[in-house]
Design a protein around this ligand. Sequence first.
Ligand SMILES: [Zn+2]
Length: 287
Amino acid sequence: MSSESRCSNSQMIEVACDLCSSTETRLLFEKEGFRHVRCKKCGLVYVNPRLKAHRDLQRISGTGSMGEDQISPAQINRICRELAIFGVYRRMNRILEIGAGRGWFLSVARDLGWKTWAVEINQDAISNLAHKGIKNIIVSSAEDFDAGRETFDAVRIWDVIEHLESPVQCLKRVYDSLRPGGFLRLSTTNFNSLSRIVNGSEWVYINGSDHIVLFDPATITKLLKSVGFLRISVRTRSFNLRKKLYHPEREIRDRFHPLALFRKLIDETARFSKLGHQMIVEAVKDV
Ligand SMILES: [Zn+2]
């Protein structure tokens, strides 16, 4: 660990690759004391070593309860459009969101007649969900939840898996909890995005105390295939030049970058490539 590390070695734990169990890695960079490595065998990028207390911290802090107190009619319309995608798979009328945060997605789903479930570990988020009248809150880590087999038509996981100690374990649970032919939709950041390539380790989403597994289109596809999902689709969107440090938290002022002149154009067109910084991933369980 570097001299600027905020953590002593006793607070950290060495881990193997979650995707392939290999311990062979190559150091990519270190940011604020957190080493970001790439698995030599499967290409997964992850933080190693990571905080021992990572999951405990998810319960009491982190980004689990982030989100707006109020959302606009335009945002509600966006959620309705997303729910139309889920609607194609509606048979048993049951939908689960893992890491439901402020609960806006599930609130709108409920208003449209879905029976809703949430898996949530963050104490503030659990309070928010209960306050919103969200039923069926499963208080558990995303890796350990038990909702029974073949319970849901659809599962949503939005900007959550990059926080998890084991995305593989979570996705196995999700797979078991979906009915045959059930639908998964998730979002996570794209390590191979133009935003990350331009910004390097200063990229806004590189936060080793919180984002501990960083996927790209190839590794997210490997993950879903390894669990058994079919019809996997990966799309990407958005480009920005935001840079950030987290300890203490502050934005890094942009030095001029020539791509800034084309930022809006690139943002509009990133969706036609695999280089956008947000990945939207869809997959289906075999019938
Ligand atoms: Zn690996």
